[in-house]
Design a protein around this ligand. Structure first.
Ligand code: GDP
Ligand code: MG
Length: 441
């Protein structure tokens, strides 16, 4: 998806104005790209029709830079379908808040239950997990493990009692929570491998019996074209108040997100992106839009870069990045520039190709550390800044003393810098030439 779109937008960018045929060509490409990302056909059709209409409007033709506007339109429409602004979890006025999970088997419900419990726990809530998946022998055990990891309480039927009734267990679980003053109840339900009448009935009964404040539909974002049918089936069978996209750490481009949001009109609330319980994020429509385009907000980046960077300097940096001659000295200089540009994280997040692991690294990058980072680099001699390889133990200890941080922090910075230099080199050599674009545009 990304390559094709980047190519398309690159073509647009070289022209000053848009003709109808330009727009049609672009729209065709967007359509293909979205289908490649497994967005459902009907959703793609509606989407491209809207984009085309807006792109051909006067507003665009009179604009200074039509290409930028088309990018913006595509982005805006994506964000719109994905729910506009971010929606928060709804809590009950009178505790406990009941949150019921629904979704196919393997979609990530139990894992998400643990993630949510952990998150809520961290926010000062006292969640309890209710084991209402009595379908698979191991499901209760799995929830027990997850609850323990999350440090949350659990309500489960006595083991060895044969098959219990998930509706009764759910109801009793909510009652138990009320008595023990747990302020949030998370009901983990059973799923089947496919959409199934029995399953829907059961989920629907649990819903009626517990009157949840939120019913969250958990869907595997790698599900592809099935997203629409599955989501519709759950909407008709149980209905849900919000969506959790799971396994976003995989290769999924987010086509499922667009399809589900568009077809059900329900907001996506969380993005689950890993097997560990920390791997949970609030869902941000704008970020997902960029992910679907996997374009990063290239034009914005370029604009900001141009206002902050002197072109000549940007070109020099780009060359250095590509040659791996990028040093801590440059890093320090860049940091001054980046401050002008807004946050570093934001800038890096706008580069294309920043998926998966790279994104994770970015998330770990704390902006507030920039100040300390600066102090550490300033504590180094020019020779050290130009070649981190000479930083032996005693030099590191000296730097730590001089800049008032621990040796560990110095080590961390050096490691991170070396990783970043490697990463930037990759980006700089990448198809879209990443940062070099800043000088070349
Ligand atoms: P359930 O049947 O809906 O309860 O699904 P589970 O929570 O048991 O998850 C099914 C499998 O997907 C498990 O192996 C999980 O470890 C894995 N899983 C769940 N969520 C995620 C996620 O966000 N990312 C990744 N990579 N794996 C996940
Ligand atoms: Mg489960």
């Amino acid at each position: 998806l990304s390559d094709r779109l980047v190519e398309t937008f690159k073509n647009l960018r070289t022209k000053g104005r848009l003709s109808a045929s330009d727009v049609d060509g672009t729209v065709r490409e967007i359509r293909r790209a979205l289908l490649d990302a497994d967005v459902a056909l009907q959703v793609v059709k509606d989407f491209t029709a809207k984009v085309r209409e807006r792109a051909l409007s006067d507003e665009v033709n009179k604009a200074l830079n039509p290409a930028q506007q088309v990018v913006q339109i595509v982005n805006e429409e994506l964000v719109e379908i994905l729910g506009g602004t971010q929606r928060k979890l709804q809590f009950a006025k009178v505790a406990p808040t009941v949150i019921m999970l629904a979704g196919l088997q393997g979609s990530g419900k139990t894992t998400f239950a643990g993630k949510l419990a952990k998150k809520l726990q961290g926010e000062g809530h006292t969640p309890i997990l209710v084991a209402a998946d009595l379908q698979r022998p191991n499901a209760v055990n799995q929830l027990q493990v997850v609850a323990e990891q999350a440090g949350a309480a659990i309500y489960a039927p006595e083991p060895g009692n044969g098959v219990g009734d998930p509706v009764k267990v759910s109801k009793a679980g909510v009652e138990f929570a009320r008595q023990k003053q747990h302020d949030v109840v998370i009901i983990d339900t059973a799923g089947r491998l496919g959409v199934d009448e029995e399953l829907m009935k059961q989920a629907s009964k649990i819903r009626k019996a517990t009157d949840p404040d939120e019913v969250l539909f958990v869907i595997d974002s790698m599900i592809g074209q099935d997203a629409v049918n599955t989501a519709k089936a759950f909407q008709d069978g149980v209905d849900f108040t919000g969506v959790v996209l799971s396994k976003l750490d995989g290769d999924a481009r987010g086509g499922a997100a667009l399809s589900v949001a568009s077809v059900t009109g329900r907001p996506i609330i969380f993005a689950s992106n890993g097997e560990t319980l920390d791997a949970l994020e609030d869902f941000h429509p704008d970020r997902m839009a960029s992910r679907i385009l996997d374009l990063g907000d290239i034009l914005t980046l370029i604009e900001q870069a141009q206002s902050a960077f002197d072109e000549e300097e940007a070109r020099k940096v780009a060359e250095k990045l590509a040659k791996e001659a990028f040093t801590l000295e440059d890093f320090l200089e860049q940091m001054q520039q980046l401050k002008k540009m807004g946050s570093m994280k934001k800038m890096l997040g706008m580069l294309p190709g920043m998926g998966g692991q790279m994104k994770q690294q970015l998330e770990n990058f704390d902006e507030s550390e920039i100040g300390r980072t600066e102090a550490i680099i300033r504590g180094m001699t020019p020779a050290e800044r130009n070649n981190t390889k000479i930083l032996n133990g005693s030099r590191r200890a000296r730097i730590a003393r001089g800049s008032g941080v621990s040796v560990t922090e110095v080590n961390q910075l050096v490691n991170r810098f070396e990783q970043a230099a490697k990463m930037m080199k990759k980006v700089a050599r990448g198809e879209n030439a990443g940062i070099p674009g800043m000088g070349a545009m």
